[in-house]
Design a protein around this ligand. Structure first.
Ligand code: FES
Length: 575
């Protein structure tokens, strides 16, 4: 063993005094033999297992596989739980707790005798929360995703989690699907362990982990139920011990080039708009400059070549069989759209890992001259309605609505929307622009995934399938439509969105990257003078801390005092 630096855990387990006794003796109550404390790298396995996070419910098994690998090469694995964020159940929205979970991760790592970390991540927010928390410590760290579910199957058809819920829901609301059929689909959609198997936020963030170099090659697509996921976990356990010996910290992997690779990859896979917020927040933790303009400038060069829902047709299981993210990274590299020398966790460059990747299905992972969408970027729109930016995913939008002028139909908040959207007398037609306020980071609070508002039933019954929708909310990575999101500044802090009224004209031009509220400055100033901010949701607890300190979407929606890397210096001895 070529130990070039002193292990951090030695501060706990090295001394022969009373403190060393306490640290070793209590750990020995788990049956650990003496040689566990003789200078073995201690590997923290940061586990987001929870029965309330169904996407991560198989993580106990995954953690055991990591441990096998750690033991094999002379490490000492210690599994520890952190806050788990389950997208389907948490209210008001799991995003409200991403930063809280990241604090948990950061402090748990720093407070304990950990030399290297494996992050077990799956459901949407668990990936950014763990990466952000670990980045603020900057130890050798390896991300392992739990893997997507197997394809859903319903009435002989393949169905995708999330995406087809939205589709079925519209069919029920338009009277084209019976409620009993809708109920039957429940058991058919999510039928195995794993996270959403569309290219939603979980699969996007697993792909980002791989493209950033923070995960092993193949991390994104191996299904959770495939034995190769467990095999990868064992390799992860072996590799993290080596990373400790090499002192291969997160800051050596998360470079500006790595983030650019991730943005380029996001375009190629048709990834979730949520990645914009999460990657900006992660970059700010590790000290890499990254902003919305980077997303637009870099992503614009890249077409979407991965034919997965919601932008395309297939699902993650199909993507895995086709070659997964390695085949995409090879395509990007061959098109000169990749920083090939970017380092990765396995010690090789991203190009060394992926240059020989196979592609077994050119309909799923397409060549760049036959993309599923020419503009794969997350387009960043700016203008009088969004001075600091808003985003739209062109590959999931309707081409005919990408340049549009329409009359605003305004919902003051999500309750107002739900209270009126089904009203047959709602004054709206398919050319209108639906506007939803007060669903941003502070306003909701937590920036819920409500931006892809369902259309009014009276228009659905007419056969209308898409309309321009604008909000300060996010939308699920599994959703689709001509939906402008993340409008900044948000309504709840007095952004221009707060002053839109029914009947105002709004102009969207995605090609020109503009979004314009056609109301004079004088009129806007008058509306602003009469405006009062909505009251905070709670007067105490975490939600008050969040409300008082959350940053806007264009800054990653982190808490202001969490930005930056604080390192993992060994804290003061307990007495
Ligand atoms: Fe967990 Fe979709 S609900 S990834």
């Amino acid at each position: 063993m070529n130990e070039k630096h002193k292990l951090r855990s030695t501060a706990w387990f090295g001394p022969t005094n009373k403190e060393g006794f306490i640290h070793r003796s209590w750990m020995k109550n788990q049956g650990q033999p003496e040689d566990m404390f003789n200078g073995r790298p201690v590997i923290g396995i940061c586990n987001t297992y929870s029965e309330l996070t169904p996407c991560n419910s198989h993580f106990r098994e995954l953690a055991e596989r990591v441990k096998r690998g750690v033991y094999e090469v002379g490490g000492y694995p210690v599994e520890f739980p952190v806050s788990s964020l389950g997208e389907p159940l948490m209210r008001p929205t799991a995003m409200l707790f991403r930063n809280l979970a990241s604090m948990d991760v950061e402090e748990a790592i720093r407070a304990n005798p950990i030399d290297g970390v494996v992050l077990l991540m799956g459901c949407d927010k668990t990936t950014p929360a763990l990466l952000m928390g670990a980045a603020s410590c900057d130890l050798p760290t390896l991300g392992l995703s739990g893997g997507p579910m197997l394809n859903g199957r319903f009435r002989g058809e393949t169905i995708g989690s999330g995406t087809d819920v939205f589709r079925f829901n519209d069919l029920v609301r338009s009277g084209k699907m019976k409620e009993c059929e809708f109920a039957k689909a429940e058991s058919c959609m999510n039928r195995s362990i794993g996270h959403c198997m569309t290219m939603g936020t979980a699969s996007t963030m697993a792909s980002m982990t791989e493209a950033l170099g923070m995960g092993m090659p193949g991390n994104a697509a191996v299904p959770a139920a495939d034995s190769r996921r467990n095999r990868m976990a064992q390799h992860v356990g072996r590799r993290i011990v080596e990373m400790v010996h090499e002192d291969l910290r997160m800051s050596k992997i998360l470079t500006r080039e790595s983030f650019e690779n991730a943005i380029l990859t996001n375009s190629a896979i048709g990834g979730s708009t949520n990645a914009v917020i999460h990657l900006i927040a992660l970059a700010r933790r590790i000290g890499v400059p990254l902003d919305l303009d980077d997303w637009d400038r870099l992503g614009r060069k890249v077409s979407t070549i991965v034919n997965l829902q919601p932008s395309g047709k297939f699902l993650m299981e199909d993507f895995f069989y086709a070659g997964g993210l390695p085949a995409v990274l090879r395509r990007l590299g061959e098109a000169d759209l990749l920083h090939k020398e970017a380092p990765t966790v396995n010690g090789k460059t991203i190009w060394e890992n992926n240059k020989d990747a196979d592609n077994w299905n050119e309909d799923i992972i397409r060549p760049f001259d036959n993309p599923i969408a020419e503009d794969g970027s997350i387009a960043v729109l700016k203008g009088s309605l969004a001075p600091n930016g808003a985003v739209i995913k062109p590959s999931a939008a309707s081409p005919k609505l990408m340049k549009h002028r329409g009359r605003a139909v305004v919902f003051e908040n999500i309750e107002d929307y739900f209270g009126r959207i089904d009203d047959p007398d709602l004054d709206i037609d398919e050319n209108c622009v639906m506007v939803l306020k007060n669903c941003g980071p502070r306003g909701y609070p937590g920036m819920a995934e409500v931006g892809n508002m369902g259309l009014p039933p009276k228009l659905l019954k007419k056969g209308v399938t898409d309309m321009v929708r604008i909000s300060d909310a996010r939308m699920s990575g599994t959703a689709y439509g001509t939906v402008v999101l993340h409008t900044a500044p948000e309504a709840a802090v007095g952004g221009p969105l707060a002053f839109v009224q029914n009947g105002d004209m709004i102009e969207l031009d995605v090609e020109a990257r503009s979004i314009h509220l056609d109301v004079s400055e004088k009129e806007l100033a008058e509306r602003r003078a009469k405006w009062t901010p909505p009251p905070p949701p709670m007067n105490g607890g975490y939600q008050k801390l969040y409300y008082d300190t959350v940053l806007q979407a264009d800054e990653g929606a982190d808490l202001d005092f969490l930005v930056g890397c604080r390192g993992a210096a060994v804290p003061r001895e307990s007495h």
